[in-house]
Design a protein. Structure first.
Length: 579
């Protein structure tokens, strides 16, 4: 944090000794030694059957803004067989497509043998249009995870029928907007803790700008093409909060809840977590080229936006960033959720350390993330890829203009390489991308990223949606010898998917916490089950803090198993598996 921002934070603190003292002076730089390969990730998408391409069709000599966004991906178990399935959000194009070859979303069913079958048509999920993002949640508490997909135009809510099929319930649920919007990220959350999942939706730029074509005359680049310099000057938007009425319908409560109070912005991805540890879900929104928002929950159905005061609206120098993706995790084990945000090229990602009491410090440079400026950064997440109990970081990158959308923007080899940052357990991260296997050396136009144990090996796998290309499925072929624990929560008084509930795990003197989360990354959805690395520990103490306030201590649990916990009943099943 620079001196100016330090003084600003002290002024905001108002001299109260109850508020945390910001870190005003950087730590001395640490020497990071080279390490042997810790992982060997290989892209196994093709042999696994993930072959469909996410299509964005452009214009040969003109640019348009909508060709740059989209690409959400979801990992969720839609048929409750215990294996993660994959949902890929597709795009569209300016021209027509041959009959029967129109781009569509894709649902891939996990065959439990390392392969997937395209179940899109069978599931009733074939749909064409400008798909953007996706999130999952059980909005009617029937025990089956439902899908919410954002579009340029109108969003879609798919109800899971429990028989492998889905039904479009958008109109019946009251989620058809009065006018078309450029929708982006979304997340289910129970903001009022009444046991029914509500829905938060971010919006990007004014709808009318999505398909506006800009002259590609090279002499006019930077003069007549606002696309090339971002969205500054275009009409901004405000987010939408829908309250679940408990009868399968939703009501727009954005105005009453205070979501419309901030100035318009260019919203991409919301990330829901209890950032101030008061037991109520809050909402952080990564905004492009405008200050990012932190909506803190007032416990009465309303929110207050505190991004500037909290220190997460700008970077350490008070500059806006082109925010894309976002995740929340406790990377240093202090019991507070920190914020990781991806930004545009020529900008660093942002790592905001949670200092407590609703205040954060930008520690991007201290943490060793300042060198990640070469590419546009999109999907991201904290993940413990080697199960050592320390959350690492993955960042998916890709050029702003996907290959094939225009002849003017060829993709270089470095623009779409993934980034893997290893947690050194001293507040710093080390870039080990070049030593993480061939899957990190390939170049694709990545967007959304999602994380989960797809093959039931005890290791985290990674799915990235690539524009005008097949998806990437990264599997670690050098699994860590460390132990792990996977926790699935089933709510009873809280919502059935237990979204917003927290699990605390203690093993080998290390304390970790995670919350069940809908949405995040870049307009994507990771596994709702919580994965904890345990290092060499053969058992762990587990505590569940259900959304709503009740806590259950489960005692010591053996490692290397999937633990299913039902509210009020404790452990209802344990399943051991691994590589």
């Amino acid at each position: 944090m620079n001196r100016r921002n330090c003084l600003k934070r002290l002024v905001y603190a108002g001299g109260s000794f109850l508020l945390p003292i910001p870190r005003c002076f950087p730590r001395a730089p640490l020497r990071v030694e080279g390490r042997q390969d810790l992982a060997h990730y290989v892209d196994v998408a093709r042999e696994s059957g993930l072959t469909s391409q996410t299509i964005l069709q452009g214009h040969e000599n003109k640019d348009f803004l909508l060709s740059t966004t989209g690409g959400g991906v979801a990992l969720f178990d839609y048929d409750n067989d215990g294996w993660l399935d994959i949902f890929i959000v597709n795009g569209w194009g300016l021209g027509g497509f041959p009959k029967g070859q129109e781009p569509t979303n894709h649902l891939y069913h996990n065959n439990r043998d390392g392969t997937f079958t395209d179940a899109t048509e069978k599931a009733g999920l074939v749909r064409h249009g400008w798909g953007q993002g996706v999130c999952v949640g059980d909005y009617d508490n029937d025990g089956w995870l439902d899908l919410f997909i954002t579009y340029y135009g109108q969003n879609v809510l798919y109800h899971n029928n429990g028989d492998g099929t889905f039904t479009d319930m958008t109109r019946e649920a009251g989620l058809l907007a009065p006018q078309n919007q450029w929708n982006s990220g979304a997340a289910f959350l129970d903001y009022d803790r009444n046991g029914h999942l509500d829905l938060f939706v971010s919006h990007y730029v004014g709808f009318q700008y999505g398909l506006t074509l800009y002259d590609s005359n090279p002499s006019l680049v930077g003069v007549q093409s606002p696309v090339l310099y971002g969205v500054a000057g275009l009409e901004g938007t405000r987010s939408t909060l829908y309250r679940n009425n408990g009868d399968g319908t939703f009501t727009d409560v954005s105005q009453a809840a205070g979501i419309l109070k901030p100035e318009t912005a260019y919203g991409f991805t919301p990330c829901v977590a209890d950032y101030d540890n008061d037991g109520w879900p809050d909402i952080y929104v990564a905004n492009d080229s405008t200050p990012s928002f932190l909506f803190l929950n007032n416990h009465d159905g309303t929110f207050r936006e505190t991004g500037l005061l909290a220190g997460v609206a700008f970077d350490a120098n008070g500059r806006t960033q082109a925010g894309m993706g976002v995740d929340a995790g406790d990377y240093d084990g202090d019991g507070q959720f920190d914020i990781l945000k991806t930004n545009f090229s020529d900008e660093t990602p942002a790592l905001f350390h949670n200092d407590g009491n609703g205040f954060f410090t930008d520690v991007t440079f201290e943490a060793g993330l300042a060198g990640q400026t070469a590419a546009v950064k999109w999907g991201t997440g904290f993940l413990d890829f080697d199960n050592d109990g320390r959350p690492d970081i993955l960042i998916a990158t890709g050029p702003i203009y996907p290959p094939g959308t225009s002849s003017r923007h060829p993709m270089t080899n470095r623009e779409g390489q993934r980034v893997l940052l290893y947690n050194l357990d001293n507040g710093r991260f080390e870039d080990i991308s070049g030593r993480a296997g061939p899957g990190f050396l390939q170049s694709h136009c990545g967007r959304g990223a999602a994380f989960g144990d797809i093959f039931r090996t005890g290791q985290l796998d990674i799915v990235i949606n690539n524009i005008n290309d097949a998806p990437t499925l990264l599997r670690n072929q050098r699994p860590s010898p460390n132990n792990w624990l996977l926790v699935k929560l089933v709510g009873v008084e809280t919502n059935r998917a237990a979204i917003g509930s927290r699990v605390v795990v203690e093993a080998s003197g290390r304390r970790q916490m995670q919350e069940v989360r809908s949405g995040g990354s870049f307009c994507s959805q990771s596994d709702l089950r919580l994965h904890f690395g345990l290092g060499a520990a053969r058992e762990a103490r587990v505590e569940v803090r259900w959304l709503g306030g009740k806590t259950e201590s489960l005692g010591r649990i053996p490692a290397n198993r999937l633990l299913t916990v039902q509210q009020g009943k404790g452990i209802i099943s344990q399943e051991a598996f691994g590589s």
